[in-house]
Design a binder for this molecule. Structure first.
Ligand SMILES: *Cc1c(COP(=O)(O)O)cnc(C)c1O
Length: 232
């Protein structure tokens, strides 16, 4: 089943790239493996998938120890400052930076670990109460302030679009994030590239790709529905 799911997602990504005149290599698929056991992750790894996403630090570090060392781990969920120390130097990208204080903590931990930590700024484009992320207006000031910090590299923006039944409803959200990223890139801020646009999940990744996503985060579409009841 996993193999078929994975092939299906791959085909849809390829088709969305073709429709929008983009190269398949411009889009990175992140397989979101939260709540799923290491054996399932290994199965997808064996199909040559290397980018995996987790949203909880403890779960992530547990899995890092069990799985091949060439996996690129993405922290995609809300990050508490006191947990940054557990992932410094162990993840390839933190997608969910939404405050200067968090960026400062990541900077400090990067220096302690003598590494550079790539980050994305999480933007709550739709302004949903329930979501983390800065507003569209707060994004540039946060990028400018965080760009001053040593040990981190701002690579782009991330958003979690609203839960909708028709993915077309999220097209304006993705467009908005893309525009914001182009605007910020135009400022040529030192230490900032806007090369990554992390947007699109199982329900809407094809639309996100059409709107310029360079990373899509797909969980359910690959691993099946999550059973939170089975977690401790
Ligand atoms: C869980 C999660 C995903 C994947 O969601 P699916 O709908 O299962 O594809 C993507 N991004 C973030 C931040 C998540 O927490």
């Amino acid at each position: 089943m996993l193999r078929e799911n994975y092939r299906d997602v791959e085909e849809k990504i390829a088709a969305a790239c073709a429709r929008s005149g983009r190269k398949r290599s411009e889009v990175t698929l992140i397989a979101v493996s939260k709540t799923k056991p290491a054996e399932m992750i290994q199965e997808i790894y064996d199909l040559d998938q290397r980018d995996f996403g987790e949203n909880k630090v403890q779960e992530l570090t547990g899995k890092i120890d069990l799985l091949p060392s060439d996996i690129r781990w993405h922290l995609i969920g809300h990050l508490q400052q006191n947990k940054v120390k557990y992932i410094a130097g162990r993840v390839c990208l933190i997608h969910s930076v939404d405050s200067l204080r968090l960026a400062e903590t990541i900077s400090r931990e990067a220096l302690k670990h003598s590494c550079t930590i790539p980050i994305l700024i999480e933007v709550n484009v739709a302004g949903e109460e329930s979501k983390f992320g800065v507003s569209v207006e707060e994004t540039l000031p946060l990028v400018e302030a965080a760009a001053q910090l040593p040990g981190i590299e701002i690579r782009g923006l991330m958003t979690i679009a609203p839960y909708v039944t028709d993915p077309e409803e999220n097209r304006p959200v993705f467009k908005k994030l893309r525009e914001l990223s182009v605007d910020i890139a135009g400022k040529n801020i030192n230490n900032v590239t806007m090369s990554v646009l992390s947007m699109g999940m199982t329900g809407d990744y094809e639309v996100a790709i059409e709107e310029g996503a360079t990373m899509v985060r797909v969980g359910t579409g690959i691993f099946g529905a999550r059973d939170y009841g089975a977690q401790k």
